[in-house]
Design a protein around this ligand. Structure first.
Ligand SMILES: *Cc1c(COP(=O)(O)O)cnc(C)c1O
Length: 407
């Protein structure tokens, strides 16, 4: 008889997004003429940079002819892209990461989940609260969490991120954990972590033979000088951290699909008898066995992000989103709200001084504006809503006018 992986039945249904969709469609049905503005979007809205489009068109032409046709590429990614990544994202910033430590993929979400194959099933996992749900659900599927009780999995350690700790948890709260997911700039809170805060985590991980899985999907939004773009800006991070990067929010690649993972040489995990085992060859093995690489066309597009034009064009798009965020943050602060995020991130995390679903309903019903209730990202998200800067300027300005009327 075919048995299912029963861990799947432990996954909590995505109550958050189904419930939002349900409430929005009920509201639209009751008010057919309402022009609803969605500020809950976690997807980009602006098109690809012209430099990327041009490179991808050229890559299609390569594939159309015998001379420059590319079939299967290297599973770890083409050297032309890995070398640019290593140089521009790391070496030019004074960070010691080499091209053969970069693994190109079809996005950070897959890598965040797949990386767990390298770890034993008994490793203790810590996640932030609130959290990007992928870190939690992939560990539930792997059987590391147990059954959810009152919205929390007994096998996970939840690191509370709140106003008191500036939305950056302290390593002391992860005592006994082997793997900790950190995401800065953060989704959903928009908070950034300082070098000192990240250094504390790195020192803790090295001292405890633990691993940091650092999700830097939003690093390109950082504008404040001194805020680390990479965990490897911290001393000692090469021996305790894996970093995930994505072109999704950086360069509008949510529909193209490309990102990469950094696994430094000499990064170790341990066998049952304590023998150190290097993770990089294991990840190489995993990728070569189960992944056949991001497409040639995609990687040529990603390469173009690193050209002078590509860099300028992508920066301009991110500046546009950041300006959306600045306008909304300023308006909310003028209305008396405390807002985290924006500035170095596309997300605003608004303290609503009350119940997050009630506030969500008020904005939906009175302003026809959709937000994301913080409670959906975890217990510590209660009392907040997330507002996304991924939208047109027209919608942002209109939403601000409506918020001013109802708040
Ligand atoms: C959007 C996002 C990603 C990107 O995932 P892709 O699979 O590369 O599109 C990764 N982590 C977080 C926290 C995100 O919000």
């Amino acid at each position: 008889m075919l048995h299912v992986n029963e861990n799947y039945s432990k996954i909590q249904a995505s109550y958050l997004f189904t419930e939002i969709a349900h409430r929005v469609s009920a509201h639209q049905q009751a008010n057919p003429d309402a022009k609803i503005i969605r500020l809950g979007i976690g997807d980009v809205t602006e098109p690809l940079a012209p430099a990327v489009v041009e490179a991808m068109h050229k890559a299609v032409d390569d594939e159309a002819g015998r001379k420059d046709f590319h079939g299967y590429g290297p599973e770890q990614g083409y050297a032309f892209l890995r070398e640019k990544v290593a140089k521009v994202d790391f070496q030019d910033r004074g960070i010691d990461i080499a091209a053969d430590e970069i693994f190109i993929s079809d996005g950070a979400k897959c890598d965040c989940g797949n990386i767990q194959e390298l770890f034993g099933n008994d490793v203790k996992i810590a996640v932030g609260d609130p959290v990007y749900p992928v870190y939690v659900d992939t560990n539930v599927m792997a059987g590391r969490t147990g059954k959810s009780e009152n919205g929390r999995y007994p096998g996970l350690t939840y690191l509370t991120c709140n106003a008191a700790n500036g939305f950056v948890p302290d390593p002391e709260t992860a005592a006994g954990c082997d793997v900790v997911y950190l995401c800065y700039p953060n989704n959903p809170t928009g908070a950034v972590a300082t070098k000192e805060q990240l250094q504390k985590w790195v020192d803790w991980a090295n001292a405890n033979k633990a691993l940091i899985l650092f999700d830097a999907a939003y690093e390109a939004f950082i504008r404040t000088p001194g805020i680390p773009h990479s965990i490897y800006e911290c001393e000692g991070a090469r021996t305790c951290a894996i970093e995930f990067r994505s072109y999704s929010k950086t360069a509008g690649f949510t529909g193209i699909r490309c990102g990469y993972t950094v696994v430094p040489k000499g990064l170790m995990a341990y066998a049952a008898d304590g023998t150190p085992v290097e993770l990089r060859p294991m990840w190489t093995r995993r990728q070569t066995t189960k992944f056949n690489g991001a497409s040639y066309i995609t990687q040529r597009g990603a390469e173009a992000i690193y050209s002078a034009e590509g860099q300028a064009q992508c920066k301009a798009t991110i500046d546009f989103y950041l300006e959306n965020g600045r306008l909304m943050k300023e308006a909310l602060q003028a209305l008396g709200y405390t807002v985290t995020g924006g500035g170095d991130s596309p997300y605003l995390w608004v303290d609503v001084k009350g119940d997050s679903w009630e506030f969500f309903d008020k904005l939906l019903k009175e302003a026809n504006v959709v937000t994301t209730p913080g409670a959906g990202f975890g217990k510590a998200g209660e009392g907040y809503i997330r507002i996304s800067s991924f939208n047109s300027r027209e919608n942002v300005l209109e939403a601000i006018e409506r918020l001013k009327k109802v708040l």
